[in-house]
Structures are given as C-alpha cells and as structure tokens.
Design a protein around this ligand. Structure first.
Ligand code: SAH
Ligand code: SF4
Length: 360
C-alpha cells in the first residue's frame, strides 16, 4: 500500500525496501497498474494538460494549474458525461463509462511519480464527468487521495464539483471529512437553469439547495455568465439571495468555447457589472480568469479528440481572459479558476463513446 500511494513507485522493481522475492512475486502476479500517457500539452500560462489512456482504450484528461505555491490538479471521474449541459464540451461527447477508483486516484499518482510535475497540493473534480453520478468510485477515490497512507492531500484541498445529484450530495455530506463541494449552478431560476442543464428536470434546484444545507463547510456556486441566458439583473438578485441563504461563495466564470453553438459569452465588462450586482445583493463573489485556453484545457473544454477551437476564437477569449483576470482575488482553498470563452465551436454529432486519439 505504501509503495502504491504514500511513497509511490512506477514499478515494483523500484521498491527496493522490499525483499527481492516479494518484488519478483508482485511484479509477476500484481504489476502496478498504470495508464498510458497518450499526450501532454503545456500552455503558455504554465497549465499542463494530460491525456491518459486505459487498457480498454477509454481516455480521460487531467489539467494541472500552477498558481504560486498552489498546484491544483483537475481530475476526471468519467470518460465523457451523461448530463449534456449545453455549454459543456464534455457534455456534448456523451457518456463513455465510469472510471473505477484507481483510475481516478492514479491521475494524481502519475503526477507524484513525475519529477517535473510532483504531487499536486489541491485536487478538484472538475475534469470530465459528473463525480456524483459515479459516487461508488469517487467515494473510494476521495479516501485514497486524503488518507495519510494514501496520497495524503488534506480534505479541505479536495473539491467535488457537481451539477447537484441529490442522493450523491447526501452521501458526500455524510462523510466525516470536510471535503469541499462546488455546485454548478449557472442559473438561480429552475426554468432558465433547465434550458442550460437538463439535470434540473430530475433534481430541481430547491431539492439541491436543501441537500447543500447539510454541509458544514461553506459551499461554492460555479456560475458561467452567458449573455442573455443568465446575466440579467434579476438573475444577479436571485443568485445573491440564494447564496446569502446558504452562505455560499459565488465564482463567476467566462464561458469557454466548446459547448453548443449560439451561446454567447458575456463580455468582461458585462461580467464585472453582474458581479457588482451580486455583491450589491450581499453575496461574496469572485470573477475567475481563464487558464490553459491555448491548449483547450480550460474548464468545460475537455473533450478528447473531437475538435479544436479555431485560432480566432482563442485570440478573442485570451483577450477577454486578460481583461477579466482577477488573479489577486482571494480564493476558497482548493478551487480551480481556469476560465473564459467566446463564441462556440460548430455543431458536432453526439459521439456516444469516448474517442481516444489525442488532439495535436
Ligand atoms: N460535472 C461536474 C464537474 C465537471 S465540469 C460539474 O458540472 O460540476 C467542471 C466545471 O466546468 C463546472 O462548473 C462546469 O459548469 C464548468 N463548465 C462546463 N462547460 C463550461 C464552459 N464552456 N465554460 C466555462 N465553464 C464550463
Ligand atoms: Fe457533465 Fe459537468 Fe459538463 Fe454538465 S458541466 S455536461 S455535468 S461535465
């Protein structure tokens, strides 16, 4: 156990503290499972995207976001995603399969093994997939990441981001550790939220907010500002009201490319105005900046081998990201803030399955 997680080795041969016979037996009968690194891309801003491929061909991405001393890894919990949020690139590729616990934890372990990267200080479940749709595996993976005989990352540095799967939230709330939770809210009104996030039909916001009330730690609302869809004055007022009620922190994110066509990101000044309105409503709010856009590694952009966003969109988005940048703002421990967007990519057919060839 120690040589798998606590002081990890790439193969049993490196575990020289074990007797030679044990090493040989382990190597023969239980070789250390590892994903193939199918691609690694580094952004101009230091963000690194990894594409991991498992033996059955399923592939997922992780993104490392360095920010001063903090190094946050954004991990995937599923290959693809079944929830189809209209603004999300992973949602558009459809569901591939659940990851099993080691396939989640190994994304962190591989970095610990890589001297260039090193073990991340924080982990957020904001990669591909909906973690609470795969609770059985995420439950175990959280233990592996947090336990002192596992990867030893503090509970407050582990954040589960979810669209609000009520039974999963209830189970997460029952864990004694103080894991952080982020709700992908995107609209404070059920009707408008439903148009962006089909999950609202199954788990209405009122039930989700009630389930969040069971958490002892402060929760975070993730809110992508989309022009005309969720950026009106009444949206800001209602968002502030529910944030106040739960004492939640609001993160405003620019819309990134990769979702359905026709969605328009709010311009930087629009996001600032919206933030002001939320603040005036008495809620804590931070405007997030984009990270890893030039390598399609920003939030919601992870979409293996499907499309590349045209260069012009990236130029627009990077400009917007700079203006919207708010790097000095205090940030709730453990949250990734790699965001921004422009118009979205051309329509693509639902992939249904995850394709595993890396983008170049
Ligand atoms: N399924 C989980 C976690 C993965 S998505 C969830 O939805 O919370 C991680 C974050 O990226 C979520 O907050 C999601 O709303 C956001 N996101 C998705 N698409 C985006 C886009 N096009 N631009 C900005 N953020 C996006
Ligand atoms: Fe799935 Fe999250 Fe994307 Fe929605 S935003 S489609 S839940 S990954």
């Amino acid at each position: 156990m120690r040589r798998i997680w606590e002081r990890p080795v790439g193969s049993w041969r490196e575990a020289t503290d074990l007797p030679a016979q044990v090493i040989a037996a382990l190597e023969r009968d239980h070789p250390v499972p590892r994903p193939a690194l199918a691609a690694r891309q580094e952004s101009r801003d230091g963000t690194v995207k990894y594409l991991w491929r498992f033996a059955d061909g399923a592939a997922v991405e992780s993104v490392l976001i360095p920010e001063g001393r903090r190094r946050t890894l954004c991990v995937s919990s599923q290959a693809g995603c079944a929830f189809g949020c209209v603004f999300c690139a992973t949602g558009r590729m459809g569901f591939g399969r659940h990851l099993v616990p080691w396939e989640i934890a190994v994304q962190v372990r591989e970095l610990a093994l890589d001297a260039r990267a090193g073990k991340p200080s924080n982990v957020v479940f904001m990669g591909m997939g909906e973690p609470l749709h795969n609770w059985a595996a995420v439950d175990v993976a959280l233990t592996i990441l947090n336990d002192r005989h596992g990867l030893g990352i503090g509970a407050r540095r582990l954040t589960v981001s979810t669209v609000g799967i009520v039974p999963g939230l209830q189970r997460l709330a029952q864990r004694p550790e103080q894991f952080r939770v982020a709700l992908s809210l995107h609209s404070p009104y059920g009707g408008r939220r439903r148009a962006l996030m089909p999950v609202e039909r199954k788990y209405p916001l009122a039930d989700v907010l009630r389930a969040l009330g069971a958490f002892r730690r402060r929760v975070t609302f993730e809110y992508v500002v989309i022009k005309g869809a969720n950026d009106r004055r009444d949206d800001a007022r209602e968002l502030a009201r529910i944030a106040r009620e739960l004492d939640a922190h609001v993160n405003l994110l620019p819309l990134h490319p990769g979702g359905a066509p026709g969605l328009v990101p709010a311009p930087p000044e629009g996001i600032e105005l919206f933030a002001e309105q939320v603040r005036a409503g008495g809620a804590n709010v931070t405007v997030r900046r984009s990270r890893g856009l030039d390598i399609d590694a920003a939030c919601g952009q992870l979409r293996v081998a499907v499309e590349r966003v045209p260069p012009q969109q990236h130029r627009d988005v990077e400009q917007q990201g700079r203006v919207a940048g708010d790097g000095d703002a205090p940030e709730p421990e453990g949250l990734a803030d790699h965001e921004a967007g422009r118009r979205v990519a051309p329509p693509h057919k639902h992939q249904g399955r995850v394709r595993s060839s890396p983008r170049r």
